[in-house]
Design a protein around this ligand. Structure first.
Ligand code: ADP
Length: 489
């Protein structure tokens, strides 16, 4: 067991249901492994459908009471939780690095990023306004009020184990909903640590429940079929998102889906490479390429193609790969060996179709989960890297001639999450921004995400938005109250 865990009150291996830390009914556990070292760092309760059903019952028991609290009371508790997370971000970051692999600075940054949603919705929760709509008749008045949707089932991935959960819990709780969440089995510890602090901040028993387990389909089926659950919010693959939506159809649950991406990054001849290169480095290699808004396809115009590649290469070769807890390490492992093998096969496919390795191109000697930061030039649309999410530190560079052609290439995918482009031409800035079929477009910028913006996708990248004032709507029902008979004296 890693030293950093020995005295941490945040290190929990049990699920959290109805304010209790509990084992699986079966007593079984599953292993959580440090991807940098292969070491088993925790044995966590392996729960299934029965524990999920109990968590839903616990949520149901407190739903009305939580919703009935004044927004200010709920939001004050969220503020306390936010502050507690920030105060402990270093320890939470260490836990994340050990289970997920990202460098410690990035992990601490993620904890703070996730917490920023709690702060934001603690404020926004007090501004859930209704509306008064002029009636077409004199004897009526129309009022619109917003009410919490009810019990929310949340399923989160391993790439941002703290922030993806915080981003769902914050608006849900602020709106007056209660939550049963299932963190990814690869990274349950960051989620459990958040629950420790929620409890200390005064979030009552039953308002947040965490069901841990390996059998995602069993937990997911209970969450999606149980009529008490009114909404599913999911971040993960498009494949699983589609499955969950199908399952939700049985009880017409509302859904928010934050699914896969295939982000284009377009660098026009007139781009300023002094900002495009750092933008590409951040968007491509953050979290070793394991984010849904990572630039998946980098399109570079003829005139600057060679210069862009040269400059990107010299920066990528400065990266330091290794265990994210070690000083100076800039990039960690992928989540599993299978993930590294998957990236390798996509690179292989590109090379077989004529791509050229500029740097990297193979698995790394650091360990089975590592892949070298890679650039491949001369990529073409028939390659898998054009169609599929790479989810690894591989930048495929495509050459293009003109704007029309590249916009068509960029939109030629079933995904529509994030897109980026670099240009100094103002007319092009508007034209291309409006033509890209993506939920988020970064112009001369790839660091687009924060709690103040609506994060989400079009097409098969999902539906709903997280963060910003728009994010509140995902957890609210709109109710009409029509008052009539007002013409009587
Ligand atoms: P990734 O490729 O990022 O692991 P997944 O969509 O497989 O994406 O996983 C995201 C989350 O969805 C994880 O918490 C995972 O356990 C969960 N999950 C996977 N399959 C199912 C399923 N059939 N039902 C419910 N949840 C699932």
């Amino acid at each position: 067991m890693s030293v950093i865990f020995e005295n941490s009150r945040f290190f929990r291996q049990q699920g959290y249901i109805n304010g209790q830390w509990v084992d699986a009914d079966s007593g079984n556990t599953f292993d959580v492994t440090n991807p940098a070292t292969g070491e088993v760092i925790a044995r966590v309760a392996d729960m299934g459908a029965a524990e999920t059903a109990r968590a839903i019952d616990a949520a149901e028991a407190v739903q009305a009471e939580w919703a009935a609290l004044p927004a200010r009371t709920r939001c004050n508790r969220l503020e306390r939780w936010y502050q507690a997370i920030l105060d402990n971000r270093k320890e939470l970051g260490q836990i994340m690095t050990v289970e997920q692999g990202k460098p410690i600075a990035e992990a601490i940054g993620e904890v703070a990023y996730g917490a920023s949603y709690i702060k934001w919705f603690a404020e926004e929760g007090k501004r859930v306004y209704g509306d008064i709509i002029p009636a077409p008749m004199t004897d009526k008045r129309n009022l619109v009020i917003k009410q919490p949707v009810g019990i929310v089932g949340a399923i989160t991935p391993w790439n941002f184990p703290s922030a993806m959960l915080a981003r769902k819990l914050a608006p849900a709780l602020a709106a007056g909903c209660v939550v049963v969440a299932k963190p990814a089995a690869e990274t349950p510890l960051s989620a459990l640590a958040l629950a420790v602090l929620a409890e200390e901040a005064g979030i009552p028993a039953g308002v947040i429940n965490l069901v841990t387990g390996m059998d995602a389909p069993a937990i997911g089926s209970e969450l999606t079929s149980n009529p008490k659950v009114r909404k599913i919010t999911f971040t993960g693959s498009t494949r699983v998102g589609k499955l969950l939506m199908e399952q939700c159809a049985g009880t017409i649950k509302r859904t928010s889906m934050e699914l896969g991406g295939n982000a284009p990054m377009i660098v026009f001849d007139d781009a300023d490479l002094d900002i495009a290169i750092p933008g590409a480095l951040a968007a491509k290699y953050r979290n070793s390429g394991q984010t849904c808004i990572c630039s998946n396809r980098i399109f570079v115009q003829d005139g600057i193609y060679d210069e862009f590649i040269e400059r990107l290469k010299s920066e990528v070769e400065k990266f330091s790969i290794g265990n994210g807890l070690e000083e100076g390490v800039t990039h960690g492992p992928l989540i599993t060996e299978a993930a590294a093998l998957g990236v390798e096969s996509k690179v292989q496919d590109a090379l077989e179709q004529g791509a050229r390795v500029v740097t990297g191109g193979a698995r790394s000697e650091n360990g089975p989960c590592f892949f070298q930061p890679t650039i491949i030039a001369d990529a073409v649309p028939s390659m898998r890297v054009f169609r599929e999410e790479i989810f690894g530190p591989v930048a495929p560079i495509f050459r293009f001639g003109n704007e029309e052609e590249v916009v068509e290439l960029a939109n030629n995918t079933e995904f529509g999450l994030a897109a980026y482009f670099y240009t100094e031409n103002m007319n092009r800035m508007w034209r291309v921004s409006e033509a890209l079929e993506y939920g988020m477009v970064g112009v001369n910028e790839t660091a687009i995400s924060s709690e103040v913006i609506p994060f989400g996708g079009m097409k098969e990248s999902g539906q709903g938005r997280e963060g910003s004032r728009y994010g509140m709507d995902d957890y609210l029902e709109t109710k009409l109250i029509c008052v009539g008979g007002l013409d009587r004296k």
